[in-house]
Design a protein around this ligand. Structure first.
Ligand code: G4P
Length: 528
């Protein structure tokens, strides 16, 4: 098959949600449609148990599952669909943000009762930064929840995206009858059935048709007529271009658990979701159709088994054809590398692959060469953009507990932060090290790994910081700012200046007193 056909065939996306909204359940139903698994219950949730265990090894055992389920591929209607899995636990949110740099679109799952939740908001913020097209699935319609119009309003307001329902629910909870498909005028009747694979649609071209009253009852039929009239009056017709630009999200209602409402969403997804899109670099935008292979590392999964120190680096192929055993250049290190056992992933297994194409994800064995964001090319030197660091939310100072092992500690901290486990900031003078993480669990991860993998001992002392903000702007003003706040300005690993604000108030003050300096909550400003 030609490269063009391979590219057109692929749709690489991620499912995002607040924990418990139904991401795992929906993933499983999509795989059932794709025939990638045969029975429900085959996909193991990679989320960390809700009991929020503080036993780190237990967490890692559970996290281990996610290597196999990091990427799940299946074929549907002639398309090759790659789902990139994202960890549900909020302490690993940074992992999710990075995975979103490797997808071409997302499906957002929202619980009809809970609406927009904290994680939903954050993840959508990341999607908006790169105009990722979004399809929304409002889940758990078999339970009581908010009124559909209220949910749409909340989505629009809170996520700053326009919506357009393509299916519409008829009642909800125990009185949930099903959905009416607005784009092809058919009725999909709800049955609580977890094993059902395909939906039977009833064509109802004209909603005035009395058949509707017979099927769903007069009250619900009238409500549907009223709702559809309102929808047609209020919402613009669905516009694919606006969807592709990340400005408009089509919305479907259903119940993932009952495999209801999923098929029409999947059918729409294969029709409208974008094929691999160009990727920005410091030199130029890389087009998927370019003959030469390029790709970048968006995730590194360490093997915590002390007998197997290897890591798996996940490469998103951006252009050309990736080939097994071919030499590529690691752009940052200017190092020739080839891979004899590159993996691609199926629903719940992985296999050695000969070729991979734009949109595909390849797992590469790594002995410590890669860091998040690294590019692999056929020789061209370039740096992929859009791999931002986000302001951590928790900060601690690293105190070396064994002066004989400072080299090991330094190496450990460097490698772990290369993997993206945490961010490292250095205060000068004094070389004081501060690490920032998104969730408490990561301190445990780091402490454990420093000790077991690097033979270094460190203590983490509380430091009172609220946010890390990358600074750009007038150099003289920045120098002056540093003079007044030498303790609070640090360097990140790439030597960018970062202001560690102690409180929201002080951050606000810093911003209003220094209009010539920009304070960024992500390092994304580097993207031109
Ligand atoms: P997540 O990956 O987004 O965290 O959510 P997950 O799919 O694990 O779903 C969270 C809970 O919500 C699960 O119940 C799941 O069965 C339930 N759920 C998912 N979709 C629906 C739906 O359409 N209707 C209803 N009523 N429930 C739904 P659990 O009790 O936490 O786990 P489990 O024991 O059922 O696995």
């Amino acid at each position: 098959m030609s490269l063009k056909l391979e590219i057109e065939k692929r749709k690489t996306f991620g499912i995002i949600s607040h924990p418990d909204a139904g991401k795992t359940t929906l993933t499983e139903k999509l795989l059932l449609f794709g025939g990638a698994i045969q029975t429900a219950g085959a996909v193991k949730s990679n989320k960390i148990e809700k009991t929020a265990t503080s036993d780190f090894m237990e967490i890692e055992k559970q996290r281990g599952i996610s290597v196999a389920t990091s990427v799940m591929s299946f074929e549907y209607k002639g398309k090759k669909i790659n789902i990139l899995d994202t960890p549900g636990h909020k302490d690993f949110a940074e992992d999710t943000y990075r995975t979103l740099t490797a997808v071409d679109s997302v499906i957002l799952v929202v619980d009809v009762a809970k609406g927009v939740e904290a994680q939903t908001r954050k993840l959508m913020q990341v999607c908006r930064m790169r105009n990722t097209p979004v399809i929304i699935f409002v889940n758990k319609m078999d339970r009581e929840g908010q009124e559909p119009f209220d949910i749409l309003e909340e989505l629009e307001q809170e996520l700053q995206i326009s919506t357009r329902p393509l299916s519409w629910p008829i009642n909800m909870g125990s009185r949930f009858k099903g959905v009416y498909l607005l784009h092809n005028h058919s009725l999909n009747l709800f049955q609580a059935d977890k094993t059902k694979k395909a939906s039977d649609y009833i064509n109802i071209e004209n909603l005035e048709d009395k058949q509707l009253d017979e099927i769903v009852g007069e009250t619900d039929a009238n409500q549907l007529r009223e709702d559809v009239e309102l929808i047609n009056g209020v919402f613009e017709p669905f516009d694919t271009e606006m969807y592709e630009e990340g400005l408009l999200a089509p919305v479907f209602f259903g119940s993932a658990l009952n495999n209801f409402g999923v098929q029409e969403m999947l059918d729409t997804f294969v029709e409208i979701a974008p094929s691999p899109r160009p990727r920005p670099t410091d030199v130029r935008d890389i087009e998927p159709m370019e003959a030469k292979m390029t790709g970048f590392i968006f995730k590194i999964h360490a093997n915590l088994d002390p007998n197997h120190r290897d890591r798996i680096a996940f490469l998103r192929v951006c252009s050309g054809t990736f080939e097994r055993n071919k030499f590529y250049i690691h752009s940052r290190l200017d190092k020739k590398m080839r891979f004899s056992n590159p993996y691609t992933f199926l629903a719940d297994s992985k296999e050695v692959t000969q070729f991979a194409y734009p949109g595909d994800v390849v797992g590469l064995y790594d002995t410590g060469n890669f860091k998040i964001g690294d590019g692999l090319t056929e020789g061209e030197k370039l740096e992929f953009k859009g791999m931002p660091s986000f302001s951590p939310e928790l900060f601690r100072e690293v105190v070396n507990m064994d002066p004989m092992k400072s080299k090991q500690l330094e190496k450990g901290l460097n490698q772990l932060t290369d993997e993206g486990v945490a961010q490292l900031f250095t205060q000068q003078p004094g070389n004081r090290k501060i690490i920032g993480v998104v969730g408490e669990l990561q301190f445990e991860v780091i402490q454990y790994r420093l000790e077991h993998e690097y033979n270094a001992k460190a203590r983490f002392d509380a430091v009172n910081y609220h946010k890390a903000c990358w600074m750009t702007g007038d150099e003289a003003k920045i120098a002056e700012f540093i003079k007044y706040k030498p303790q609070d300005v640090v360097l990140d690993k790439d030597d960018n200046l970062v202001y560690l604000a102690q409180t929201p108030y002080l951050l606000q003050m810093a911003k209003s007193n220094n209009p010539e300096i920009e304070f960024h909550e992500t390092s994304e400003f580097k993207v031109g």
